[in-house]
Design a protein. Sequence first.
Length: 113
Amino acid sequence: MPRSSQTRGSPSCLEAKMMAYIVGILQVETHIPLCNSLKEKRGVLLNLLNRIRKKLNVSASEIGQCDKWRAAQLGFAAGGTDRDIVEKTLRAVVGIVEQDVHIDVVDYEIEFV
């Protein structure tokens, strides 16, 4: 009698295929008014991105305007099987960025893949 490789409580192959994995992408345009060099900007962004990565378990990076002292485009990604939870996580990222005293949020956009 062949043994099943599934463990109790795990989804079957059919169930696993039916569960959609949602990826949320957040782009944030920022202004950093007190930075006077790229070195200062890197310090501000490194601190912020590391805090967000650690607290919310998302991917985070500077994705644009890398050569401008007082502007940055930040990108974040989060994934999961529940769209509402992914969206809530990305909105929490926006909240953390908005609370940072060194950074002004100019605009942001959330999209799902």
